[in-house]
Design a protein around this ligand. Structure first.
Ligand SMILES: Nc1ncnc2c1ncn2[C@@H]1O[C@H](COP(=O)(O)OP(=O)(O)OP(=O)(O)O)[C@@H](O)[C@H]1O
Ligand SMILES: [Mg+2]
Length: 336
């Protein structure tokens, strides 16, 4: 005899998925900041998350990391649904940095990294208070690992400096070192190059590649398009809380909807076009006039205006840092 069973099939989990967010929606009263977003990050991948200011990128990160309980949807890490509690998410293996740097300003660089290790040390309160041999051993190991991470991020020489005395770019690196101290399998970076100069940005790019090479998958939010398109295996675009496009950097860069989302849809019959037409007509007339005067009769050199218009739209939309990170710094409380 066979029995009929009805099983509710959970959303398919890809074998290689480190992160799988399914149908994530976040509403704040009447505002839907994130709407039905699916996103997967696979082992060994760097995935970029882009979108105009207010698109819902940070809110989405907050849903992934348990800072917000999503109104709807599910977030799974390596096939297991995550509880919406930040410390449990960190313990499971997801670490993050914040759009607004969050360091212990009056602690040293090394101490900040040691704080990041607390989810990975097993010594409890009593052990710490009694400072027994188990605690001392764990402390020495933590310190060694923290120093390794400072070497890795290029901050070892400043281990004893107070973190508030670091230049801005180094504070961002320290946030990464601290996040790595929890030994994550997935690192979420929220605008890691905001406020950095081009050299620092380049170094951060290299750092993210090295992190990926160590087997840590990365999901990164950035407004600097050059950085994102150089770095990412896949790029996902959020606009007004919804996923607009996802694909390889080449596919996303060429997508007209992405260009329109960043630059606004070009006006039809814009005054600029009329100007261009007038210039072309005048140039063409002058060329014909010269040709007639020279007696050759050939009218040449017209018709290139439309092509250049499109090309310049693409490069200005995707080539440079919009600098948008900085003007958002003080408009959100402590969830950024
Ligand atoms: N705690 C909150 N309460 C109410 N509204 C919020 C909250 N957090 C974010 N929002 C709103 O959700 C929307 C998305 O904001 P979010 O910070 O996620 O955008 P973002 O894509 O990270 O933008 P940016 O590129 O400027 O950092 C905005 O309209 C924002 O005002
Ligand atoms: Mg943000």
């Amino acid at each position: 005899m066979t029995t009929m069973t009805t099983t509710q099939t959970p959303p398919a989990v890809t074998e290689t998925a480190v992160l799988q967010a399914t149908g994530v929606t976040m509403r704040f009263g009447g505002l839907t900041a994130v709407r039905d977003v699916d996103l997967t990050v696979n082992t060994g991948e760097i995935v970029g998350l882009i979108g105009p200011n207010g698109a819902g990128k940070t809110t989405f990160f907050n849903c992934l990391t348990g800072l917000y309980v999503p109104t709807e949807g599910r977030v799974a890490y390596k096939g297991t649904t995550l509880p919406a509690k930040p410390h449990l998410v960190t313990k499971a293996g997801i670490a993050r940095t914040f759009q607004n740097i969050r360091l212990f300003a009056n602690m040293t660089v090394l101490e900040n990294v040691l704080v990041g290790r607390h989810t990975r040390t097993r010594e409890g309160l009593f052990s710490a208070l009694l400072r027994g041999p188990g605690f001392k051993k764990a402390e020495a190991e933590s310190k060694e690992r923290a120093m390794e991470l400072l070497e890795f991020t290029g901050l070892a020489a400043k281990a004893d400096h107070l973190s508030r005395n670091l230049p801005y770019g180094e504070q961002r690196k320290l946030e990464i070192a601290r996040a790595l101290a929890s030994e994550p399998g997935l690192l979420l970076l929220d605008e890691p190059t905001a406020g950095m100069n081009p050299q620092e940005t380049r170094a951060t790019e290299e750092l993210v590649f090295s992190i990926r090479d160590q087997g840590i998958a990365v999901l990164v939010i950035e407004h600097d398009m050059r950085f994102i398109f150089n770095l990412s295996d896949r790029v996902s675009v959020l606009v007004q809380g919804q996923k607009l496009v996802e694909g390889t950097p080449a596919v996303v860069q060429a997508d007209e909807r992405v260009i329109a989302a960043y630059l606004g849809t070009p006006m039809e019959d814009s005054p600029e076009d009329e100007c261009l037409d007038a210039v072309e007509a005048a140039e063409s007339a002058a060329a014909s006039h010269r040709a007639a005067a020279a007696g050759t009769g050939a009218g040449t050199g017209t018709g290139t205006g439309a092509g250049t218009g499109t090309a310049s739209g693409t490069s200005s939309g995707t080539g440079t840092n919009t600098g948008a990170g900085t003007d958002t710094e003080d408009h959100q409380e402590d969830t950024k």
